[in-house]
Design a protein around this ligand. Structure first.
Ligand code: TXD
Length: 318
């Protein structure tokens, strides 16, 4: 039986790590596409020459022609500019929407049956544009932001409480911007509320709240924290890991519940916009959006985040 095929559009920082992770996990054969000649071929050759050491049996091919993505089961898009210090994700919209249009046409014309995971920023707007231009059903075009934003929130909680990251459960909803919604109420360590553990640690509810607020703030600004340190670009290891988890859930029909930027049809009070929400990801892409009740404060934060997404998406005049 033929191996699945994974096409990566954009062979930069995230694209390179995506190629390596897809190979290490033997998710399928990899095609790494970029407009820069030689670079995706060089990265693929480099990764492929590690196969005897790492022991993976997949093929890797660098490409500058969209024809090479034909037959891809999953396409992950990172094409576009990353942020530099001082920039917001939204500052990228003009240049990256031009790139996204051409990328989406390439996918539409060459891999019409693929599932598409968009990573390029500003994320919510770029997914919307990609879905519009490809014309693919919305359950086949999704965005990666929430897996990473949630992972950052989980990491901060684990470090604070001195427990394994594996036992922390926490999620963010909303857009991939500074108004994202880290859900404090449901954050837990194997089901034990994080707030209760913080109260035990600090001996007061007020101090626990203060510590949690700092973690929420750090989660919202976590992308910028990395940009400020790197100076030349934005995070790339963690976004790649996050998108690979989504691709794996689809390719292996795992039905994992992952925070996904998905097109909403009334869920959480949002209709016709792409926003981050928990989704069941399986062989059919977004198989289900898991809706649940938000309290008044959470809903207000969600509304604010969605308003920011709407402002940006509407500016594209799609
Ligand atoms: O969680 C998330 N969603 C994100 C998103 C977290 C971090 C960064 N995120 C965004 O991903 C970031 O703001 C950028 O918009 C993308 C890609 O970030 P990366 O760090 O990989 O950027 P690079 O290294 O500049 O790579 C982008 C590549 C580069 O090799 C260009 O030559 C290529 O995109 N590029 C194109 N490829 C194909 N087609 C076109 N038109 C094109 N234009 C540029």
């Amino acid at each position: 039986m033929a191996r699945p095929k994974i096409a990566l559009i954009g062979g930069g920082q995230i694209g390179g790590v995506l190629a390596q992770l897809a190979a290490l996990r033997e998710l399928g054969d990899v095609v790494l596409f970029d407009i820069v000649e030689g670079m995706p071929q060089g990265k693929c050759l480099d990764i492929a020459e590690a196969a005897p050491v790492d022991g993976f049996d997949v093929s890797l091919k660098g490409a500058n022609d969209y024809k090479d993505i034909a037959g891809a089961n999953v396409v992950i898009v990172t094409a576009g500019l990353p942020r530099k210090p001082g920039m917001s994700r939204d500052d990228l919209i003009e240049v990256n929407s031009k790139i996204m249009r051409s990328v989406a046409e390439g996918i539409r014309d060459n891999a019409p049956d693929a599932f598409v995971i968009v990573i390029s920023n500003p994320l919510d707007a770029m997914v919307t544009l990609c879905q519009k231009v490809t014309g693919f059903p919305a359950e086949r075009v999704i965005g990666q932001a929430g897996v990473l934003d949630s992972a950052r929130f989980q990491a901060f909680i684990a470090w604070e409480l001195g427990v394994s990251v594996k036992d922390v459960n926490a999620m963010t909803l909303g857009g991939h911007g500074d108004d994202m919604v880290p859900l404090v109420r449901y954050a837990s360590v194997n089901g034990i509320p994080v707030m209760e553990l913080l109260e035990q640690k600090y001996g007061s509810a007020a101090k626990a709240k203060e510590v949690m607020e700092a973690m929420v703030k750090r989660t919202r600004g976590a992308g910028g924290e990395v940009v400020a340190l790197l100076k030349t670009g934005s995070a790339f290891y963690s976004p790649a890991s996050s998108a690979i988890a989504m691709a794996e859930s689809i390719l292996k029909d795992q039905k994992r519940v992952l925070p996904t930027c998905a097109l909403l049809n009334g869920e959480f009070g949002v209709k016709g916009y792409y926003v981050g929400v928990p989704c069941v990801l399986g062989a059919n892409g977004v198989e289900k959006i898991l809706e649940f009740k938000l309290d008044a404060e959470e809903q207000a934060m969600m509304d604010k985040s969605v308003a920011a997404v709407k402002g940006l998406v509407d500016s594209l005049n799609l």
